[in-house]
Design a protein around this ligand. Structure first.
Ligand SMILES: *Cc1c(COP(=O)(O)O)cnc(C)c1O
Length: 354
């Protein structure tokens, strides 16, 4: 039976991508060799890495604007410290929208002064802080565009004279934004791009080279740029599969095309959450994430019934994160509108039963 995969991460990928990626494990594009048994310096793999880096910039509309795309390792969590290592000389600003920002702040404090410009901790991160002031003279301002756990998403980005650094792990390539407003964007692949094992970093080159500390080679953006993401052996499978997903997205019409579908999916689910008395949304309405919808049952005793119905409908990965409880439906790019429809049907069936 077909499963509807609402997992928050690692998560759903397009079926075509999975097919092509599995073929490449046996035979990379007719080469007679497996993707994972050829040299990363081979002509075939160098071309894959180049295409992945180019596609990332093209999809974001950032080609020829001084940006470089890198595929690194260590997950988005490694970026929490790499950003600070490479950019934090004196003082950086961080907007705290929950777990991921919290972790980024903790790492940055090892390197310099951190100003928390705003926080939604008082309400267990169910909203995005607004109306905060960003002090002048920051080395950078760090934001998390989408909070995967609490289901909140920044809709309007703050005006600041500081370079903008953004963790877009859970909404990269999902909505139309002016990406040139950002100086550094990073995203762990496993939420909306590919398998775990690689992290996309898009960085404006003129941002680099300004800190006085010495930076170890593996943690230096400049070294990774010079070596074209091949300073050491890259995670070839994760990069190849991410490239396939970006190809898939480009053929679909790029970010504007997927954004429209993502809006439809989110509207369908949120209107059910709002109209159905059995359910209650978690995140503040204005700040609701198009990617991760968090909600709960109004009657906790209905949990077993609902869980059984979800299982029968082939719905996977709907459990909320332990810091929020309840349910979380992750609707990444590869999840179809049809799958959201199946979930919404189960929810309305619950209303009849509940
Ligand atoms: C999942 C996630 C991370 C952590 O990613 P890893 O690749 O596991 O280190 C960081 N930030 C956000 C917004 C995430 O959703």
């Amino acid at each position: 039976m077909k499963k509807h995969n609402f997992s928050a991460g690692p998560c759903i990928l397009p079926k075509d991508v999975l097919l092509k990626a599995s073929e490449a494990i046996m035979d990379l594009e007719g080469s007679g060799l497996s993707l994972i048994e050829i040299s990363h310096r081979s002509k075939d793999f160098v071309a894959i890495m180049e295409r992945a880096r180019t596609l990332a910039l093209t999809l974001l509309g950032l080609e020829d604007q001084g940006y470089k795309a890198l595929f690194l390792q260590g997950g988005a969590s490694m970026q929490f410290l790499m950003v600070a290592y490479n950019l934090l000389e004196k003082k950086a600003g961080y907007l705290n929208t929950g777990t991921w920002s919290d972790k980024a702040i903790k790492e940055a404090k090892l390197f310099g002064e951190v100003v928390e410009v705003g926080s939604s901790k008082d309400e267990n991160f169910n909203y995005i802080p607004k109306g905060y002031t960003v002090p002048h003279g920051l080395d950078y301002l760090h934001l998390t565009s989408n909070n995967t756990i609490f289901g909140t998403q920044i809709k309007k980005f703050p005006k600041t004279d500081a370079p903008l650094v953004c963790d877009m792990s859970s909404d990269i390539f999902s909505r139309v934004l002016d990406f040139s407003k950002f100086d550094l964007i990073y995203a762990g692949a496993q939420k909306n791009m590919g398998p775990a094992g690689t992290t996309l970093v898009v960085v404006k080159e003129d941002l680099l080279g300004k800190v006085s500390r010495k930076i170890p080679s593996m943690l230096s953006y400049q070294i990774h740029i010079e070596k074209e993401s091949m300073f050491n052996t890259p995670p070839v499978f994760a990069v190849y599969t991410s490239m396939l997903t970006m190809d898939w997205l480009e053929q679909l019409g790029g970010i504007p095309a997927i954004a429209e579908i993502n809006e439809k999916k989110a509207q369908l689910l949120y209107s059910e959450i709002d109209l159905n008395p059995v359910f209650q949304g978690y995140a503040n309405q204005d700040d609701r994430s198009v990617m991760n919808a968090t909600f709960n049952l109004t009657e906790p005793k209905l949990r077993d019934t609902f869980d059984e119905m979800l299982r029968e409908a082939g719905i996977n990965g709907l459990n909320g994160h332990r810091s929020v409880g309840g349910y979380r439906a992750s609707m990444y790019n590869a999840l179809s509108l049809e799958s959201v429809g199946v979930l919404v049907d189960v929810m309305s069936e619950m209303e009849r039963k509940g």
